[in-house]
Ligand binder design. Structure first.
Ligand SMILES: N[C@@H](CCC(=O)N[C@@H](CS)C(=O)NCC(=O)O)C(=O)O
Length: 214
């Protein structure tokens, strides 16, 4: 199979894929892409013109998109490690829905705030940040009530949507805190306790030093 994962640990979608690999216990070769380096970025775009990470390659596969990578892992290694997408179709649909909500309405707006904060003050877009904060607020409201119905989320019921949720919540601790949402606080605590997340930390924390986001 020769699975090779192109990623950067500071990237939220890369963290999502990494957590999935760790949860499944599937080995891979790491190919770290420095997206801030124009030369490395241009080189990577020769491989994948859309230029987004993560990307999984192998003998007979070329798979961009974190959720599709996880679909592949679950299909190829159904009996290995954590079941990230349930085999029951209705349960699988619910996980995919949470995964979409998390990517589109939590991860993406958190990333907007993050990248806006890296810009010089005159280049910042207050309107876009306000919109992102509004979206995150709506998502927190949804998550808070959804989590009330599933206290096992991120723990015994760990799945793809939890791989998706860790990174944006980790960054959101500083960028858009969720301390007024007790179910999200408890959920994030369960995520932090996952061995997969603990395995990620030694690579993640040094990478974040230069962004001052811890
Ligand atoms: N929908 C994609 C999103 C991937 C994505 O946005 N990755 C970011 C890093 S977190 C990226 O590659 N950004 C580089 C760029 O946009 O130039 C996925 O789930 O993999």
């Amino acid at each position: 199979m020769n699975l090779k994962l192109y990623y950067n640990v500071a990237s939220t979608y890369s963290q999502k894929a990494l957590l999935a690999f760790f949860e499944k216990g599937v080995p891979f070769t790491a190919a770290v892409v420095s997206m801030q380096d124009p030369v490395a970025r241009a080189e990577y775009k020769k491989l994948y013109p859309v230029g987004k990470i993560p990307l999984l390659t192998g003998d007979d596969v070329f798979i961009p998109e974190s959720s599709i990578i996880i679909e592949y892992l679950e299909n190829e290694f159904p009996d290995s490690g954590t079941t990230l997408i349930p085999h029951d179709k209705t349960a699988a649909r619910r996980v995919r829905f949470k995964d979409r909500v998390t990517d589109l309405y939590l991860n993406d707006p958190v990333a907007s705030i993050f990248f806006d904060g890296l810009k010089p003050p005159e280049a910042r877009n207050a309107e876009a940040v306000a919109k992102a904060r509004e979206t995150i607020g709506l998502t927190y409201g949804y998550m808070e009530s959804a989590l009330a119905k599933n206290p096992d989320a991120g723990g015994a019921d760990f799945n793809m949507s939890d791989c998706a949720a860790f990174a944006p919540l980790f960054y959101a601790q500083r960028l858009h805190p969720f301390h007024d949402y007790p179910n999200i606080v408890a959920y994030f605590g369960r995520l932090m306790a996952r061995p997969s997340v603990q395995r990620l930390m030694p690579e993640l924390l040094p990478a974040l030093e230069r962004f001052n986001v811890k």
